[in-house]
Design a protein around this ligand. Structure first.
Ligand code: FES
Length: 101
């Protein structure tokens, strides 16, 4: 795994999510209950950007066909997607958001 700084903690206010580039990947960072979480920003159904979807609590809804994923674990909450999103360890160092990808 490689540790990459993807952005700044202030870019993700509490209760929101944002997509960041991390090398060749895109990571969706969310801040929930005071903790940052990272999952892939690419729906496992047909590849739409989850960062363009809607966040409700700890669940994101894909803008394309409505699959729902848990932002903390990447688990599928509702299909049509069947495969969970990869989840990435996130840490805050200084003002930066770091992800192990
Ligand atoms: S691409 Fe996300 S639900 Fe189809």
């Amino acid at each position: 795994m490689t540790k990459i700084q993807v952005g700044l903690a202030k870019d993700v206010p509490p209760g929101t999510m944002k997509g960041f580039k991390a090398g060749d990947a895109r990571i969706l960072i969310s801040l929930n209950d005071g903790k940052f979480y990272g999952i892939a920003d690419r729906c496992t159904h047909r590849g739409c950007a989850l960062s363009k979807g809607r966040m409700e609590g700890e669940v994101v809804t894909c803008p394309c066909h409505g699959s729902r994923f848990n932002l903390k674990t990447g688990a599928v909450v509702k299909g049509p997607a069947e495969v969970p999103e990869p989840a990435y360890p996130v840490s805050i160092e200084g003002e930066g958001i770091w992800v192990d990808v």
